[in-house]
Ligand binder design. Structure first.
Ligand code: NAD
Length: 299
């Protein structure tokens, strides 16, 4: 008898479809307008992972027909200079989305920077105004990674109402907004974290399980409820086991054991990861439509 195997969610393919759809909307909008959606990305310092992310954001924004500008500044940039740059972009009519690549160097107060971005251009959805609007059930710009997870879940499962959802992790970037989004979809949501007792047992009751922890292969297959949807947010670099020092990416879920129990599951890489930039472009288009008072053409 062969073991049951979960259906894999191809986040890479879904993200490519969404980016193509965004590109078509931008092309249609540009038949009547001179200024395309504009995304400004600010990168402070030379963190290699951040450089890779920013290059992909720049490339994919350009491919979707956006104006894309990257401001690269040295690691010792004073906070005041960054605030001045953001103020200018808040006023710039050709820019509709502003993103400061996190983390920022120690001399810069991250919360102050996030609050300096105009909420209507806050395409990362981290500004307290957008956080509050999401929690209050009002229209908001929503953080890209959890929005990508929700998009995958709704495409796979349709209506989520009544499902037991367990989110592991309570960060402002992933865990907390993910829980708010699932609550908005009428799930019964539990947010677990490093102090949660009996996590395996809690996970076993989840119809929807979203680990966002940052610990390789932490969630085991026998923690997963048979048939559950598992959305693995974790991105962890581990030794590839080839004995040559090479590395590979794994998620927070022990994929090999979980895939035998879950109903649907995202792989790492190729699951949640590619959705984040697709959602960034979606948010920038949404911000553009709101600023220009034209209907936002996407769901
Ligand atoms: P974070 O470090 O800010 O938060 C981790 C959370 O995990 C914390 O809330 C903590 O309470 C919880 N946690 C830690 N140890 C735990 C344990 N033993 N049991 C239960 N909970 C525990 O991380 P983050 O920024 O939310 O990112 C989480 C993971 O998601 C990382 O691997 C990160 O690389 C990845 N990530 C992926 C994307 C993407 O585009 N796919 C985007 C953002 C983050």
């Amino acid at each position: 008898m062969t073991e049951a195997t979960a259906r894999l969610i191809d986040g890479k393919a879904v993200a490519a479809e969404i980016r193509a759809e965004i590109g078509r909307h931008v092309a249609a909008i540009m038949r009547d307008r001179a200024v395309p959606p504009g995304l400004a990305v600010i990168l402070i310092g030379e963190d290699p992972a951040s450089q890779v992310y920013v290059r992909s954001k720049e490339k994919l924004a350009g491919e979707a027909g956006f104006k894309s500008v990257v401001y690269r500044r040295p690691a010792d940039t004073p906070e005041e200079a960054l605030l001045t740059l953001i103020e200018g972009l808040n006023e710039d009519p050709t820019i509709h989305g502003i993103l400061v690549q996190l983390p920022v160097p120690a001399q810069i107060d991250e919360a102050k920077i996030i609050e300096a971005i105009s909420p209507e251009k806050d395409v990362d959805g981290f500004h307290p105004t957008n956080v509050g609007r999401l929690v209050a059930g009002q229209s908001a710009l929503v953080p890209c990674t959890p929005l990508g997870c929700l998009t995958l879940l709704k495409r796979e499962l349709g209506d989520l109402s009544g499902a037991n959802a367990v989110v592991i992790g309570r960060s402002n970037i992933v865990g907390k907004p993910m829980a708010s989004l699932l609550l908005r979809e009428s799930c019964t949501v539990t947010t677990a974290h490093s102090r949660t007792r009996d996590l395996p047992d809690l996970c076993r009751r989840a119809d929807i399980l979203v680990p966002a922890i940052g610990k390789p292969r932490f969630v085991k297959g026998d923690w997963v409820k048979p048939g559950a949807a598992v959305i693995d947010v974790g991105i962890n670099r581990v030794d590839a086991g080839r004995g040559d020092g090479s590395t590979r990416l794994v998620g927070d879920v022990d994929f090999d054991s979980a895939v035998k129990v879950a109903g649907v599951i995202t792989p790492v890489p190729g699951g949640v990861g590619p959705m984040t930039i697709a959602m960034l472009l979606r948010n920038t288009l949404e911000a553009y439509c709101r600023i220009n008072r034209i209907p936002f053409p996407m769901a």
